[in-house]
Design a protein around this ligand. Structure first.
Ligand code: SAM
Length: 366
């Protein structure tokens, strides 16, 4: 097994994020009452109030994530100092985000606007000062691992279909990253503050590979089918595709809990409020309303998948193939042309299924 410890491209440089992130925005709106409740529970503590959104992204979902806390604080404790911090990687589209923050659908044009800041870096390192965060959120982001890895994985591009040593090693890394993420946030949270992580999850399912059904299995298996067909057609280099795996892990509730059960020290830092994985109403196919128009259905899947996967595919599959006389843009166009064709022909065979991991932790007082 070979490893490449590069910084993860993760979803840096995501294309058309706001247009293709309907599910994320709905998720933020759907959790407004949870965020408001956490904000209310810290409102009367002695510290200044801050909400930090880790892995905020560039879109409207980042606004909808912090808004319920601002609303709660302005009605409960209108005289207190309130701040918002949006935290993400350098490649995030910060201009797009700040335009939204200051725009009509933002939160700056309210009577007592909060102080706004951005924290630029990785949430696998420290991002904000000690004990500065009253409520931390991290939505659809912590499933991206700290670094890319390359595994001997000729049959899959996706962690959940790895078996044997490759799966074992990838889980070791995923667990290490999860514990690291939580330890760092414990330094940044105020005593009594809350961390709310919600992201893509997985559930036990007998008979599935590794007895686990992970969100988006249709989409990742569709990407594997295209990777395989382009490799067979000589468009992608076999030595590259045989070793490429997205740097992701979608935790089951049991895996998320393991961090607290072992000698990680996390049980001394947090009280666990919630660790759960829940299915999404209707199964999760956000594009099912387009099913009577397979062309539109397929094009929605292309947009959605490109938004989170294109940068990883470029860095892990297309660019390493470049030395072999291929052009990245053409490879990407061909990849998504085939992907669209697959969805047009097979429609729901590769439909998105979703399970969401929900973790709410309270930072212990000392
Ligand atoms: C799918 S987007 C989610 C954005 C937003 N939270 C939402 O729910 O719409 C994932 C975000 O996580 C960020 N991200 C991924 N890995 C990260 C890391 N190590 N540190 C900080 N941000 C990261 C990406 O840059 C991206 O903006």
């Amino acid at each position: 097994m070979s490893e490449a410890d590069e910084t993860s491209p993760s979803t840096e440089g995501m294309v058309d994020y706001d247009a293709n992130s309907r599910a994320q925005k709905e998720h933020a709106l759907g959790n407004a009452d949870v965020i408001a409740d956490l904000a209310q529970r810290v409102a009367n503590r002695p510290d200044d109030l801050n909400i930090t959104d880790y892995g905020c992204g560039p879109g409207q979902s980042a606004i909808e994530t912090v808004r319920p806390a601002l609303d709660a604080w302005s009605s409960l404790v209108p005289r207190k100092n309130v701040s918002v911090c949006h935290a993400d990687q350098p490649g995030n589209d910060w201009n797009a985000l700040m335009s939204l923050v200051a725009g009509k659908s933002g939160y700056l044009n309210r009577p007592h606007p909060p102080l706004v800041s951005a924290a630029v870096g990785s949430f696998y390192e420290r991002m904000v000062p000690d004990r500065s965060v009253s409520v931390g959120t991290c939505f659809f982001a912590s499933h991206w691992l700290r670094s890319t890895a390359s595994f001997d994985a000729p049959d899959t591009v996706w962690f959940a279909d790895l078996t044997g040593n490759a799966r074992h090693e990838m889980w070791r890394r995923a667990k290490e990253d999860w514990v690291r993420f939580l330890r760092l946030r414990a330094e940044e949270l105020q005593p009594g503050g809350f961390l709310f992580v919600s992201t893509i999850g997985a559930v036990p399912e007998a008979g599935e590979i590794n007895d686990t059904a992970a969100s988006g299995r249709g989409i990742y298996r569709a990407m594997q089918a295209i990777t395989k067909s382009m490799t067979e057609d000589g468009l992608l280099a076999r030595d590259v595709t045989d070793n490429f795996v997205f740097g992701l892990w979608f935790l089951t509730a049991q895996e998320a809990r393991e961090a607290f059960e072992e000698k990680s020290g996390l049980a001394d830092l947090y009280d666990v409020d919630t660790i759960d994985v829940i299915g999404v109403d209707g199964g999760g196919d956000v594009f099912s309303s387009y099913l009577d128009d397979p062309l539109e259905y397929a094009s929605k899947y292309v947009g959605y998948t490109k938004a989170f996967a294109a940068s990883s595919l470029r860095a892990g599959l297309f660019e390493p193939t470049l030395g072999k006389g291929k052009d990245t843009t053409q490879l990407e166009a061909e990849f998504f042309r085939r992907f669209e064709e697959l969805y047009r022909e097979k429609t729901t065979a590769y439909a998105l299924e979703q399970w969401h991991l929900k973790v709410i932790l309270r930072r212990k007082d000392s």
